[in-house]
Structure formats: structure tokens, C-alpha cells
Design a protein. Structure first.
Length: 235
């Protein structure tokens, strides 16, 4: 009998170790430590002060601590009871797996909703920023187009005014050249006339001086003769 109980104990230990080595879920894990409290429900924190409903807790009847398991083992040491106990453990495992799967699905749905909300919000912000940038860019393009048009119009006017002024300057320069030539010709004529008149005036002056000298010398001679006749004593 002790050997049979030892074999059953070894089989249960191997089964327990195999169950412990099974794949666990990242959302809700069940600890089978001795006298460990039941897992508490956890809340998922959202943005701000809002919180979601707690995750569905695992029913206590589906969990069995190690102490309870070994107490059941010592109470039911018969193979039939052991098989029934194993079946009950399998059922409990299936129930725990269903609860964990449902919690995982609900958590994944919550995460997907939050991710979708975050992505939609980020996409809306990106669209707003892009539309604002496009609007500002279009406004700047319009302003640049208007400014460029004004600059082109002003440059065309400046070119027209510059061309007109250059033509006027050419005409004025031509007129000044003609006036200068006419002035030089008139000055040459005036100088020639002045020289001729000066020479003529000099000749007349010289001639008048010669005549005047002749008259004065003749008058002096006549005066001397007259004095000689009138005052012979003094002569």
C-alpha cells in the first residue's frame, strides 16, 4: 500500500510539474503557491481620470491551492478517485483557460480600441497640420506671385522711363552739339569782324594823328613867323 501511494504521489508531482511548465498567458497568470491568495482584478488606466471596468476574475471554485490539492490527495488515495480528481483538474484547467482567453480577448479589444483612437487622433492632427501648411504655402505663393507681378510691372515702367530719358538725353546732346557749333562759328565771325574793325580803326586813328601833327606843326610855324614880324626885338 505505501508503494502504491508513493507511485500515485510521484505521478501527481510529475503532473503538477507538467502543468507548471505549460505556456502561460501574459495578461492574467495564476499562481499555485502554497496558501497564496486568490488573484485580484486589475484595472486598466485610461487617459485622464477615466478607468475601465476591472477584468473578469477567475472563479474561486476553479482554483485549487497546493495545500488543498494535497489534502484531496490524501483523502482520496484510490485510483478511481485519483482519476476523477485529474478529470476535475482538467475541467478546472479548461475553465481557467476559457476565463484567461476571454480576459485576453477583452484586453486585446481594449488595446485595439485605444490604438485605433490614438492612430485616428494622430492622423487627424497630421491632416490638420498638413492642411494648415498647405494653406499657408498657398497664401505665400499667392503673395509671392502678386509681389512678382508688381515687381515686373515696376521694372517694365522703369525700363520705359529709362528708354524715354535716354532718347531725350540723346536729343538734348544733339541740340547742344549743334548750338555749340553755331556758337563757335558766330564767335569766329565776331573775332574776324572785330579784328578787321580794330585794324581799320587803328589805321584811321594813325591817319588822324598824322594829319593832326601836320596841322599842329604848321600852326606852330605860322605862329613863329607871326611873332617874328610883330616883335622883331625879341626875335
Amino acid at each position: 500500500m505505501p508503494s502504491k501511494i508513493r507511485k500515485q504521489k510521484d505521478a501527481l508531482q510529475a503532473l503538477t510539474a507538467q502543468k507548471a511548465r505549460r505556456k502561460t498567458y501574459p495578461i492574467a497568470r495564476v499562481s499555485f503557491k502554497k496558501d497564496s491568495p486568490l488573484p485580484k482584478a486589475r484595472r486598466i488606466a485610461l487617459e485622464g481620470t477615466e478607468t475601465r471596468k476591472p477584468l473578469q476574475s477567475i472563479p474561486p471554485d476553479l482554483l485549487a491551492t497546493t495545500s488543498r490539492f494535497w489534502s484531496l490527495h490524501f483523502e482520496f488515495a484510490e485510483p478511481e478517485e485519483l482519476v476523477a480528481l485529474i478529470d476535475a483538474l482538467k475541467k478546472r484547467e479548461a475553465g481557467v483557460a476559457r476565463v484567461v482567453d476571454s480576459q485576453c480577448e477583452s484586453t486585446m479589444s481594449d488595446v485595439m480600441e485605444r490604438l485605433e483612437g490614438f492612430v485616428s487622433e494622430a492622423y487627424e492632427g497630421f491632416n490638420k497640420t498638413t492642411s494648415h501648411y498647405k494653406q499657408k504655402t498657398s497664401e505665400l505663393d499667392e503673395e509671392q506671385a502678386v509681389t512678382l507681378k508688381r515687381l515686373r510691372t515696376g521694372f517694365d515702367k522703369y525700363q520705359m522711363m529709362t528708354g524715354t530719358m535716354l532718347e531725350s538725353l540723346d536729343k538734348i546732346e544733339t541740340q547742344i552739339g549743334r548750338a555749340r557749333k553755331d556758337f563757335e562759328k558766330e564767335m569766329e565771325k565776331m573775332l574776324t569782324t572785330h579784328r578787321a574793325e580794330r585794324a581799320q580803326l587803328k589805321a584811321q586813328t594813325d591817319k588822324m594823328c598824322v594829319n593832326y601833327r601836320k596841322r599842329v606843326s604848321g600852326a606852330i610855324k605860322v605862329g613863329c613867323v607871326y611873332d617874328a614880324f610883330v616883335n622883331p626885338v625879341f626875335s
